[in-house]
Design a binder for this molecule. Structure first.
Ligand SMILES: [Zn+2]
Length: 436
């Protein structure tokens, strides 16, 4: 049998790992995992492997762990970090760049993403039918923003922007409670797995202030209530404290960025069981690509970068539940745009390094990028992914070396030797990289 061909229904694959990190719970030394078709058929110590599996062709790896998740990403295919650039990028160009970006994401060991706005929801069909390779995409479709909010393209005349939105540009403006309810229904109609709401200003938008709350309390409640009726959670973009508190009180499940979080916010997060997605990559990588921002946006990023770092460390110390997301990235960046490479899809793994810098152990960082990450979709929408468990989806990666002693191993795609997505082998030493 050729180990590196795609699996078929009846195929079994045996993976022996010196170290198996299950995503949640203690690691196992000298473990074996058996895949059958799309799911995990057995996991345990090699010494107690059932006889029926002992003669299977075997892949050996230093470390096996669940496929990683990026719970905050965007596939807008734009080459500048501005909402206006999303408007200005033709959809076909964005799609072509996104095909490359999805492959790069998978190549880096990320088998699932939550897309919090972007074209990924349209391209997901090409991934699932096998036309292109990529992670599983759980998309919010369009971020829901108020007029003049973070999801508005402030430099574009409103009639032109509304026209582009009508024709599918993944942005959305709404104002007032009935309009917010309708906005959620419109995202559901286009296949949203979750809803993303902009509860404060942001950096990639021009004229708004990240410390201001966006949407009234009533509008935020309307978004959450409408989403909940369809078992969707709401992810809230928020930097400032007012937006964080309002989003949590309204019932948003995940807080994106959390830049100005304080003790009161952390208390409310724990009380509500909300999950923080700090997106440290957005700041770390964003500060390295000054030429790709407008001066106004760069100032909005640079100003609170240190505050964000402190808030993230405080949340780790304070026991807030955390999942990892990056807020990447630029579209289709290859050698023609060398400055953008640090902000491009495929560099997702650096978020684990930043998590450890914020105070997590490597085990905690991996749990935040796997088991916790799948839970950011809520109990009704989360797949059985992010843990190496009997009967769960065969989303797995094999890596060279031990990320528990050097988390930086997960930051480089070249250290990821194998990638399985729902049982299909996408990457192995004998195969071309997914991103080639
Ligand atoms: Zn984002």
């Amino acid at each position: 049998m050729d180990l590196y061909s795609s699996t078929t229904e009846s195929d079994y694959v045996r993976i022996d790992a010196d170290l198996l990190i299950p995503g949640r719970g203690p690691p196992l030394k000298d473990a074996t995992c058996i895949l059958q078709s799309r799911s995990i058929a057995h996991v345990g110590l090699r010494s107690s492997l059932p006889d029926e599996y002992t003669s299977l062709p075997t892949i050996h790896t230093p470390t096996l762990l669940p496929g990683l998740w990026d719970t905050h990403t965007h596939y807008y295919g734009a080459r500048r970090l501005s909402i206006d650039a999303f408007y200005a990028t033709p959809p076909a160009l964005a799609g072509a760049r996104t095909a490359r970006d999805l492959a790069a994401t998978l190549n880096a060991g990320f088998t699932s993403v939550r897309e919090l706005g972007g074209w990924g929801h349209q391209i997901a069909e090409a991934v699932s039918e096998g036309s292109i390779v990529g992670p599983r995409i759980y998309s919010a479709v369009s971020p829901v923003s108020m007029t003049a909010g973070h999801g508005d393209a402030h430099g574009i005349p409103l009639p032109a922007l509304r026209g582009a939105i009508e024709h599918g540009l993944p942005l959305h403006l709404c104002d007032g409670i009935p309009d917010c309810t309708k906005a959620v229904r419109q995202q559901l109609r286009r296949g949203a797995s979750l809803i993303k709401v902009c509860a404060s200003g942001g950096c990639t938008s021009q004229l708004d202030d990240p410390e201001h709350q966006h949407f009234s309390d009533g509008e935020l409640q309307a978004v959450v209530e409408e989403a909940a009726r369809s078992d969707r959670i709401v992810a809230a973009h928020c930097h400032g404290k007012a937006g964080i508190i309002a989003a949590l009180r309204a019932g948003c499940k995940t807080i994106e960025h959390g830049t100005y979080m304080d003790d009161e916010c952390m208390h409310l997060m724990r009380e509500k069981g909300a999950i923080l997605i700090a997106t440290r990559t957005f700041f770390e990588a964003g500060l390295k690509v000054r030429e790709l921002w407008s001066p106004e946006s760069y100032a909005k990023l640079e100003g609170p970068a240190a505050t964000h770092k402190e808030a993230y460390a405080m949340a780790v110390r304070g026991g807030v539940k955390i999942a990892l997301g990056t807020d990447l990235g630029l579209g289709g960046v290859v050698s023609d745009c060398p400055v953008g490479i640090v902000f491009s899809h495929g560099s997702n793994g650096k978020e684990l390094v930043y998590a450890v810098e914020a105070g997590m152990s490597p085990m905690e960082a991996i749990e935040a990028a796997t088991a916790n990450a799948a839970e950011t979709l809520g109990p009704k929408m989360a797949p059985k992914s992010g843990q190496v468990k009997l009967g769960w989806d065969a989303d797995l990666i094999a890596v060279k070396g031990n990320p528990l002693t050097d988390i930086g191993i997960l930051a480089e795609a070249e250290n990821v030797s194998h990638v399985w997505g729902v049982g299909r082998l996408y990457k192995a030493p004998q195969m071309k990289d997914c991103a080639v």
